[in-house]
Design a protein around this ligand. Structure first.
Ligand SMILES: Nc1ncnc2c1ncn2[C@@H]1O[C@H](COP(=O)(O)OP(=O)(O)OP(=O)(O)O)[C@@H](O)[C@H]1O
Ligand SMILES: [Mg+2]
Length: 403
């Protein structure tokens, strides 16, 4: 079930010793009270309680605890393994108890009293030490369970991170393949068609004959420019290699000139996302770009916005905050549950331990009802919080060894 650190070993010993001491003291206190009650109600009894007897019993508990602290019974996984130590401790404590009873003349004149005290003293010690061991075992079990849970969380985080890294790698290689090889083949095909067209013209073919070739050439050019390059960009946004800020900047730059954009980058993020030497992992960069992309697309599609305010900053050491606001139609949060774009993004962000919220400066109904003048307000926001340096958050890499 894993190794035990010195601190945990001390805790186990403490649990066994203290639990045994508490239990045996309770045993003897209850017995003392019982004998006292017998005397109080003048019931016939062989054993008469006294302070000396009580103190010897407490001392028996202390001796049992001391021996248990020395013998490593608490380290055993099962009771069977702990039993030799427990029996030894019980025998020493019970033997001392009997000796002190004889010396202090605490044994009444009754037949068989020696056997009764010997057996009961040993049984009490044995019972207390076994119960103390059970308590220590339960504590140890809880500790191992907590460790297993932490280990499972660690493995999950590791798997997630590996998957993310792999996804970025695959996206990148496909994007490069599209942008490089496929685009080049299309360019070559276009050049060849161009050559056919030139040749056809040189041979005085009519424009009508050449028209299908020209259409094919334009199709090839359109596929190259709009399908291949755009898909490549979608898979692996431009600028993402350099950092998250350049990638967002390039994304906003692609918007038509009639759309106003303002990009605010906090100083702390600027420092972390040093161009070319960004400390933000590519998977997290991709996520931030996807969020801005979705917010802008939604703003244009659903809100018919003409102005966007994008703000990205770092909160604490480890959380990127993204806020994309626009001046389009207000978001009706109650109706905004149908689409899949933000839901898919939210799932991804939550998987990374973050949150994603769609909303507006004030509730949409208050603007539409005229209760609030919405002209100076942002009618739609997409807020996201993404933990970026997850090592620090989960203690990844600092988990105690479970071997
Ligand atoms: N910026 C916005 N302005 C106004 N309404 C919005 C805005 N963003 C989202 N919404 C509302 O929230 C709904 C859900 O958006 P979401 O992005 O999840 O899905 P979608 O855009 O409709 O579909 P998909 O993203 O899958 O193409 C939208 O249908 C729209 O009603
Ligand atoms: Mg959408």
């Amino acid at each position: 079930m894993g190794t035990t650190t010195p601190v945990e070993d001390r805790r186990d010993r403490f649990a066994h010793v203290v639990a045994s001491l508490v239990i045996i003291t309770t045993f003897y206190t209850v017995t003392g009270a019982y004998l006292w009650a017998q005397g109080f109600f003048e019931l016939p009894a062989a054993i008469v309680t006294s302070w000396t007897r009580f103190l010897i019993n407490v001392l028996t508990g202390v001796v049992l605890a001391l021996v248990l602290a020395v013998v490593p019974a608490y380290r055993a996984r099962r009771l069977g393994g702990a039993l030799p130590g427990i029996v030894l401790a019980s025998a020493i404590a019970a033997g001392m108890r009997l000796g002190l009873f004889v010396l202090a003349h605490e044994l009444p004149e009754a037949p068989g009293i020696l056997s009764v005290e010997t057996i009961s003293g040993f049984a009490f010690c044995l019972g207390a030490a076994c119960l103390g061991f059970a308590y220590a075992s339960v504590r140890r079990g809880e500790r191992f369970e907590a460790r297993l849970a932490a280990d499972a969380a660690y493995q999950r985080e590791l798997a997630l991170r590996t998957l993310e890294t792999e996804e970025v790698r695959v996206r990148r290689s496909i994007a490069e393949g599209l942008h490089g090889s496929l685009q080049q083949r299309l360019v070559i095909a276009t050049v060849q068609v161009d050559m056919f067209i030139t040749e056809a013209r040189r041979r005085d073919r009519s424009e009508e004959d050449i028209a299908p070739l020209v259409a094919l050439r334009n199709d090839l050019e359109d596929i190259r420019e709009n399908d291949v390059r755009a898909t490549s960009r979608m898979l692996y946004p431009e600028g993402i290699e350099i950092g998250v800020v350049p990638a967002v900047r390039m994304l906003l730059r692609r918007l038509p000139t009639g759309i106003a954009t303002r990009l605010h980058i906090g100083d702390r993020l600027r420092k972390l996302d040093d161009p070319g030497n960004s400390e933000v992992r590519p998977a997290d960069r991709l996520l931030v770009v996807r969020i801005v992309e979705e917010a802008v697309t939604n703003g244009l599609r659903h809100g018919h916005a003409t102005s966007f305010d994008v703000s990205i900053d770092l909160e604490g050491d480890a959380t990127i905050i993204v806020d994309v606001a626009n001046n389009g139609a207000a978001v009706d949060v109650h109706r905004a549950t149908h689409g899949s774009g933000t839901r898919r993004l939210r799932e991804r962000v939550e998987l990374a331990g973050g949150t994603l919220v769609l909303g507006s400066d004030v509730e949409a109904s208050r603007i539409t009802s005229g209760e609030v003048d919405g002209t100076a307000l942002h009618h739609a926001h997409l807020w996201a919080r993404i933990p970026v340096t997850r090592e620090k958050i989960t203690g990844l890499g600092h988990l105690p060894s479970n071997e």
